[in-house]
Design a protein around this ligand. Structure first.
Ligand SMILES: [Fe+2]
Ligand SMILES: [Fe+2]
Length: 481
């Protein structure tokens, strides 16, 4: 069969020759109804019958892999798609560097590998659950469609991980696949595995921040797993990254369009002071200081997803050849890191200081540094737009010690500039740093749906171009009544 094109004949579209793999096919077909139930229960609320202009992967050819059409979301073709196999691929790093990439699970690393797959898998349905109420308040049909595109693709990412579990991990893989449908974001008894995936996404500003900051953590994790010596994981993640790019596009352009609308409205009203929150809010747009606070929140929550700065788990996963560094194949060093060091920000005698640690232990920090560099670039683009619109304000990323719950800075309080303060002082100033109740109430008040084709809510600008080059008034979602 042709790896580039996808077999759409069976219940589960795939390019892994599922038709000839009776055991896995059966396991997946058994898992399928539970998935559909989950989608109905926890997927986008109120829009299951809507016709949505979605892209579906029909190939894994980077030059053209998607087809656009109107689809009812429960009928979306969630497929299993692996990027083409690289011939004679070798394990690119760690103790097994240079050995042929594993086509089967390496027995000695089985538990660690399963855990990595389950953790990645758990984030995918979690974000669908977090975003399920947003449809009702979409600022346009264009944005509504983008939300649903992200949602169905996160659903497909769950399929991608479940395939690996069922194909390569037998009975315990099947158990993990079931458990992925049982946990629920924010549920006190059966929460999702990682903190940020149990937080709420109550409004569209949060959604765009989430896709900018938290989906980008997903991207970094996928990049690290795409380097894996376990070839099926590498190939799976490589294709997921193709889809992931759109999620971050939604976030970055979403915030960009909000910022643009705010600045344009301020200009038109002759408001120069971006901190004159009351005056700006009267214009029906979101003031820049509130956008900053949301960024502070989502950035800090997402940093926690990288885990502790100093981590034995990260060292072990690298040493074992399971999880590499960002763009490992482009890095020029020995790819073993046994004698290297890496600078890590730590709490040293009550102060934040840089310390060299063994490079293997500092791998989470390293991935996080690569992540922060990407975030800064995106924030820089927002700032250039603000500047161009003639407003004096700069959005900044808060210090990495700010508002942390995991790692070196979990037990201290720092302000967004990185100054340490007492708990009491921090609590007193909390509403300066993070969205307050009144900020949330203001944003909630703005979240009125705009479902007329080509129209946008007051607080967000129209995009520069349509999806699939469609014109501005294209009906991206046909809402069933
Ligand atoms: Fe994903
Ligand atoms: Fe994503």
């Amino acid at each position: 069969m042709n790896i580039v094109n996808v077999d759409y004949d069976g219940l589960i579209p795939n390019n892994v020759d599922l038709a000839r793999d009776a055991r896995v096919k059966k396991a997946l077909e058994k898992w399928h109804p539970g998935y559909i139930d989950w989608w109905h229960d926890m997927g986008p609320e109120g829009f299951q019958q809507a016709l949505v202009y979605l892209r579906t992967a029909v190939s894994v050819d980077p030059k053209g892999w998607a087809k656009f059409d109107y689809v009812r979301m429960p009928e979306y073709k969630w497929g299993i798609l692996l990027a083409p196999q690289v011939e004679a691929r070798q394990i690119p790093f760690g103790a097994h560097k240079g050995e042929p990439a594993w086509q089967d699970v390496p027995g000695e690393h089985r538990a660690m590998l399963r855990r990595l797959i389950v953790i990645q898998g758990d984030t995918e349905p979690a974000s669908v659950e977090q975003q399920r109420h947003l449809g009702k308040t979409a600022p346009s049909l264009y944005d509504l469609r983008n939300l649903f595109q992200v949602n169905v693709e996160e659903g497909r990412h769950l399929w991608a991980m479940v395939y690996l579990l069922q194909k390569y991990f037998g009975a315990d893989g099947r158990e993990e696949a079931e458990a992925l449908l049982e946990r629920r974001s924010g549920d006190p008894d059966t929460p999702r595995m990682l903190g940020a995936f149990n937080e709420q996404t109550p409004d569209w500003l949060s959604f765009f921040m989430f896709t900018f900051f938290t989906d980008r953590d997903g991207k970094m994790q996928l990049e690290a797993l795409a380097q894996s010596g376990f070839d099926p994981l590498s190939r799976t993640c490589r294709f997921m990254l193709t889809e992931e790019a759109h999620h971050m596009f939604v976030g970055e352009t979403g915030i960009g369009r909000i910022v643009e609308k705010t600045c344009a409205a301020m200009k038109a009203a002759g408001i120069e002071d971006a901190n004159d929150i009351e005056a700006v809010r009267k214009l029906g747009v979101i003031d820049l200081p509130t956008i900053q606070k949301k960024a502070n929140l989502h950035f800090s929550l997402t940093l926690d997803l990288f885990g502790s700065e100093i981590s034995t788990n990260a060292a072990n996963a690298f040493h074992a050849g399971l999880k590499g560094r960002f763009r490992e194949d482009k890095l020029e060093d020995d790819h073993a890191l046994e004698s290297e060091t890496y600078p890590v920000l730590r709490l040293v005698e009550g102060a934040i200081a840089k310390q060299e640690v063994p490079a293997l232990s500092g791998l989470n920090m390293r991935l996080r540094d690569d992540y922060v560099a990407e975030c800064s670039a995106g924030v820089g683009r927002w700032n250039r737009a603000i500047d161009k619109l003639g407003i004096r304000f700069e959005i900044t990323l808060p210090h990495v010690a700010f508002h942390r719950h995991i790692g070196e800075f979990a037990n201290i309080k720092a302000d967004p500039a990185g100054n340490l303060s007492s708990d009491a002082e921090w609590q007193k100033r909390r509403d300066e740093f993070l969205p307050s109740d009144s900020d949330r109430a203001f944003i909630e008040g703005l979240m009125q749906p705009e479902f007329e084709p080509g129209k946008f809510a007051s607080w967000i600008a129209a995009p520069k171009v349509g999806i699939d080059n469609k014109p501005g008034d294209f009906e991206y979602v046909k809402i069933a009544d």
